[in-house]
Design a protein around this ligand. Structure first.
Ligand code: BDP
Length: 325
């Protein structure tokens, strides 16, 4: 039997299981990244797997390159159900869902595996439930590595950030983080950063290697300093009501597709982060290790203190994360 035939039969079986009466449904999916980024491949895979698992009952049209709007706008659209699903970063979710801010506290995680252990545990359950309540239900989580600073000079200590205008994502915690190092934070949409770096509107930004490479920020930057100050997961997140409106079988199928796509994303991420680093280095970007990150962590004490004083109800969540081995 040809592969195509097998697929048709598998789809027909799935369609029978799902019940075909309602007819196919189409979801609009948001993705900020373009071709060549691991998340773009993972979102395409998610759409494919969802179609397969639902026997074609759910068609997901993925709009890449942020064409459906900036991330903060797209998140609002998801809450309203105008965009059904997307690959979102938990950073810009923080201003909407307080609990999601756990992951935006600088240096809260020891490394990426620790971040996933926290997400897979009690803290993660609290964060996911709060997101779902706000209309942004996480189906699975992506690896987004760690974010580090890039500017026209080496950063080795917080003093090196002092006086620099640094672009950050839309979240007061990032503004506080840069201010605590003596820098000038500049919240800005991702799509505007290249031009701002190029024309000197900002002196630098911070991101992981795949995103740094994919949107060509490395072309207008000379140094990437491994501060690794933020380890922010990303999700495949869906409008909660639209997901709940699916039959239980369809929900299982879509969740399974998201989980499998996320596993695929994590594999791609490992390979492509290393490749992206090698590529930007080959293109002339100097990458430096930071011998002692202690001073950066010390500079964040006031950020934690101020944040927890203003949000005392976040203290337990922070403690659970910090106590996670
Ligand atoms: C990338 C994230 C994306 C963010 C972007 C940014 O994948 O969600 O919008 O950084 O810095 O790494 O805005």
């Amino acid at each position: 039997m040809s592969i195509k035939m097998k697929f048709v039969m598998a789809s027909a079986t799935a369609a029978l299981l799902m019940g075909t009466a309602a007819g196919a449904e189409t979801w609009r999916a948001w993705n900020i990244h373009s071709d060549g980024h691991p998340n773009t491949a993972a979102m395409d895979r998610f759409a494919e797997l969802a179609a397969e698992a639902t026997g074609g009952e759910l068609e997901i049209s993925v709009y890449h390159g942020g064409v459906l709007g900036s991330q903060p706008d797209a998140l609002e659209q998801v809450q309203l159900g105008a965009i059904d699903v997307g690959n979102f970063n938990l950073g810009p979710i923080g201003p909407i869902v307080k609990e999601a801010n756990l992951v935006s506290l600088p240096f809260i995680f020891k490394d990426v595996p620790h971040m996933f252990r926290v997400l897979d545990g009690e803290a993660g359950e609290i964060v996911s439930a709060a997101m779902a309540d706000a209309g942004i239900l996480p189906l699975a989580y992506f690896d987004a590595g760690a974010r580090s600073f890039y500017t026209q000079k080496e950063i080795n200590a917080p003093e090196d950030v002092a006086g620099l205008k640094i672009r950050v994502m839309n979240n007061d915690l990032y503004t506080a983080m840069i201010s605590a190092m003596g820098g000038n934070p500049s919240p800005m949409a991702f799509g505007e950063v290249y031009q701002s770096l190029k024309t000197g509107v900002v002196d630098g930004a911070e991101n992981n290697f795949p995103s740094f490479k994919n949107v060509a920020h490395y072309e207008v930057t000379s140094n990437y300093s491994l501060s690794e100050h933020l380890i922010i997961p990303e999700c495949i997140c869906v409008n909660t009501a639209n997901f709940n409106a699916l039959s239980p079988e369809m929900q299982d199928a879509v969740r399974g597709a998201a989980e499998e796509a996320a596993m695929y994303q994590r594999e791609l991420w490992a390979v492509q982060s290393a490749e992206a680093r090698a590529e930007v280095e080959a293109a002339g970007v100097a990458v430096n290790e930071i011998a002692d990150k202690g001073p950066f962590q010390a500079a964040m004490v006031s950020v934690y203190d101020d944040y927890l004083a203003a949000n005392p109800d976040m203290r337990t969540l922070v403690e659970i994360a910090q106590a996670t081995e």
